[in-house]
Design a protein around this ligand. Structure first.
Ligand code: CP3
Length: 344
């Protein structure tokens, strides 16, 4: 049994004394102890070495005692395992030298056995579980098929993902074949992660908000739905779609346990759009962690009041920024832990 099960109880919609809290991208980025490791080991070495990945996963927990840990890894280990080369260039981000632009490119893409191609992730999970000693749950994650396609086709990050969208709109058959291959790989991968010890799963649809509601249904939601249906009986699933407020209603019907919300959607609107029954997670503007700690605490309490303490997981509206002072991240977590005390 997990000692602190606040997060799992909120995912079930149970009544809690205070909402649980964790931060997207909490492992890495802003912590000095992470930056030290980053100087010694390159990105994929950090992901592929279970000792490093598990150490980075628990670093923020040691400092802040969040209510859940998220495994240090990346969404792009999936295309890598599918025979698509992925590099992580310092000060640039992901770079895929041979992007998928045609049916011929697609034919070289495989659906691997995750135990073989991604065995290092499973080892990192085993090691992390033993470091966590069942004190808090461990979240496993994957990118949504659409977000993974964005990188596979564009070949790098982008403000518009114009080439990825162009591929979908000019070669829809090939696009759907790629999305299905990513979906199949992701389902097998996440099932294996749950078997290895992950207690919940989050899908990051970081670029879902690039699509119109109609295209979202066709190119993103139906694949996230397949993954959710395949996983929901073995682990709770959280769907986070950045900029996807328009899809909250449909996402709520997939069988997911919770939906992530970004900061451009008010708590009230998010409750309304998602139908008022499902647990919501979010949505503090990551840049607001640059405000002084006293201001952060005030705004976190306001946010909990607006979402309500139940069926709610406190989080940021997207990943924590690298330039956030450590004491401000601490104030965010502390504000949630103090919530009950200050309001009763
Ligand atoms: O809490 C965590 O940080 C857990 C690990 C984690 C990473 N990436 C490590 C990472 C998670 C959950 C991700 C998810 C991820 N990766 C997403 C979805 C979430 C989101 O932010 O929208 C996306 C789109 C990626 C792809 C990716 N990986 C990009 C665009 C970049 C470069 C920019 C950056 O710093 O985020 C990465 C590299 C990456 N992934 C880093 C880390 C800690 C930084 C590079 C480094 O440490 O050398």
């Amino acid at each position: 049994m997990i000692e602190n099960d606040l997060f799992l109880r909120a995912l079930k919609g149970e009544t809690v004394d205070r909402p649980p809290v964790w931060m997207m991208r909490q492992a890495g980025r802003y912590l000095p102890e992470f930056r030290q490791l980053r100087e010694k080991y390159d990105f994929f070495t950090r992901c592929q070495t279970p000792e490093l990945a598990s150490e980075i996963t628990v670093q923020p927990i040691r400092r802040f005692e969040m209510d859940a840990a998220i495994l240090f890894s990346d969404i792009l280990v999936i295309p890598q395992a599918m025979n698509i080369e992925v590099q992580m260039k310092p000060d640039f981000g992901p770079y895929l030298p041979q992007p998928i632009r045609s049916q011929k490119d697609l034919d070289a893409v495989v659906v691997p056995d995750p135990k073989e191609a991604l065995g290092y992730v499973m080892e990192a999970i085993t090691m992390t579980k033993s470091l966590l000693q069942d004190k808090i749950p461990l979240i496993g994650f994957a990118g949504s098929p659409w977000t993974i396609l964005c990188y596979c086709v564009q070949g790098q990050g982008s403000k518009s993902f114009d080439l990825a969208k162009g591929f979908c709109f000019t070669q829809p058959k090939a696009a759907h074949e790629l999305l299905q291959k990513i979906t199949d790989t992701t389902i097998a991968y996440l099932k294996e992660k749950v078997r290895a010890g992950c207690n919940a799963i989050q899908l990051f649809d970081s670029w879902g908000g690039m699509l119109s509601p109609t295209d979202y249904r066709e190119f993103s939601l139906q694949y996230m739905q397949q993954i959710t249906v395949a996983l929901k009986d073995i682990a709770p699933v959280i769907l986070f779609g950045k900029g996807c407020w328009f899809a909250l209603g449909e996402m709520a019907k997939t069988g997911a346990s919770a939906l992530g919300v970004d900061w451009t959607c008010s708590p009230k609107n998010a409750r309304y759009l998602s139908g008022g029954q499902i647990t919501l997670q979010g949505n503090f503007d990551p840049s607001r962690l640059l405000s002084p700690p006293s201001e952060i605490k005030k705004r976190v309490h306001q946010m909990i009041d607006e979402f309500g303490k139940d069926q709610y997981i406190v989080n940021l509206g997207h990943g924590i920024l690298p330039n956030v002072p450590v004491e401000n991240a601490a104030a965010f977590i502390q504000a949630v832990k103090e919530y009950k005390r200050e309001t009763v």
